[in-house]
Design a protein around this ligand. Structure first.
Ligand SMILES: NC(=O)c1ccc[n+]([C@@H]2O[C@H](COP(=O)([O-])OP(=O)(O)OC[C@H]3O[C@@H](n4cnc5c(N)ncnc54)[C@H](O)[C@@H]3O)[C@@H](O)[C@H]2O)c1
Ligand SMILES: O[C@H]1[C@H](O)[C@@H](O)[C@H](O)[C@@H](O)[C@H]1O
Length: 345
């Protein structure tokens, strides 16, 4: 009997998550070979390959990686602003593509990607909105769908990062951070957004300069009137803290945190708070890649978050940034029906 097909993957962008996915794809997910990597910073990818004890072709130009016949699937983990060109090139080459969130910088770029994918006649792309695979969110969604708390009325969320680098500007709190909740919440409560407003309260003294707006409050209302509030605070100092409460007519659902051993010591009772997304969503990333590779290795379209999901999130994020610019002015939202191309799973 012939062995299982080994899927040959090329990864573009070997920074924090590129290194993490490299490790995942070579050590955790079965039947994958990472045949090529690429980073624009010279020697960066090779250093990571050496650290992880791996061998792969190391390209300095992503076009060469995409055109390598030994690469069947392209994983884009480059910086946000490079997603558009890399994904467009991968689709033009007709390759299955996984792109980390956000799909692109704005709705227009996402629409261009959609038009490119449509030329291939079927879905070839998945976006890295991994929270759809996190067992705790999946369970919440199921409980909402089963009517356990009655109709959802409000969603109360926190998206806190311990810190972010100097170059992380105000817009990234929306397009890179809150984009997770923006993508997730309409799926969770089964309702489209009707409006969004974003404003910035008092600035943290940990912001690197006076222009940075941190924290930010994102408020969304859905078509049926569900109110969603997301506190985005990316320099909170104390840890990586994700909260999601869904308040319904009959009760409340609370997203659990990752269990940590509690310590009773020196008249203190304490548990650790995680400090980054790697550990917090580790199982979600694993399940996400098992699903993605499982489909594309069989030459099947991926079924996880699509370019259309990336587009809906980008339309909402564009309006969020406009609101922030206009001191929290409410922006109405209206979305077209998903094309049949994306509706079919
Ligand atoms: N799903 C998640 O939870 C999650 C978590 C972390 C990061 N991300 C996303 O992943 C992406 C990368 O984030 P990161 O934290 O690893 O950032 P990073 O800055 O550590 O890594 C990005 C890497 O891409 C490289 N790069 C940039 N342009 C390139 C190009 N044209 N060709 C090749 N390499 C290029 C950079 O040199 C860098 O090494 C971002 O889009 C981010 O939003 C998603
Ligand atoms: O704010 C960060 C989020 O909490 C993570 O989940 C990643 O998406 C990362 O890219 C963002 O910078």
């Amino acid at each position: 009997m012939a062995g299982a097909h080994v899927t040959k993957v090329g990864i573009v962008g070997i920074g924090f998550i590129g290194s993490d996915h490299l490790h995942r794809l070579t050590k955790t997910i079965a039947n994958v070979e990472v045949t090529a990597v690429c980073d624009i910073v010279p020697n960066k990818a090779q250093k990571v390959l050496d650290e992880q004890g791996l061998k792969a072709k190391d390209y300095s130009d992503y076009h060469d990686l995409i055109n390598d016949p030994n690469v069947e699937v392209v994983v884009c983990t480059a910086s946000n602003e490079a997603h558009y060109e890399i994904v467009m090139a991968a689709l033009k080459a007709g390759k299955f593509t996984f792109c980390e969130k956000p799909l692109a910088l704005d709705a227009q770029q996402c629409m261009d990607i959609i038009n490119e994918e449509k030329k291939l006649g079927r879905r070839m792309l998945q976006v890295g909105f991994m929270r759809h695979y996190a067992p705790e969110y999946v369970q919440m969604k199921q409980m909402i769908d089963d009517g356990v708390i009655g109709n959802p009325l409000m969603v109360d969320e926190r998206h806190y990062n311990q810190t972010q680098p100097e170059e992380y500007d105000t817009s990234r709190s929306i397009i890179e951070t809150a984009i997770h909740e923006i993508d997730l919440d309409h799926w969770l409560v089964n309702d489209d957004y009707a409006s969004i407003r974003v404003f910035a309260p008092k600035q943290t003294r940990h912001a690197q300069n006076a222009q940075i707006k941190d924290p930010q409050i994102v408020m969304m209302e859905t078509k049926t009137g569900i109110n969603i509030v997301i506190e985005v605070f990316v320099r909170c100092q104390y840890g990586y803290d994700i909260k999601c409460d869904v308040i319904g007519e009959e009760g409340v659902l609370e997203l659990p945190t990752v269990p940590q051993v509690a310590t009773r010591l020196n008249a203190q009772y304490s548990t650790a708070i995680l400090t980054d997304w790697k550990a917090r969503f580790e199982s979600a990333y694993d399940i996400e890649f098992r699903d993605f590779i499982g489909h594309v290795s069989q030459e099947e379209s991926p079924v996880g978050p699509s370019a259309w999901d990336g587009y809906i999130a980008a339309v909402t994020a564009d309006a969020a940034l406009k609101s922030l610019d206009e001191d929290g002015e409410k922006q109405d939202l209206d979305f077209p029906e998903a094309p049949a191309f994306y509706a079919a799973k």
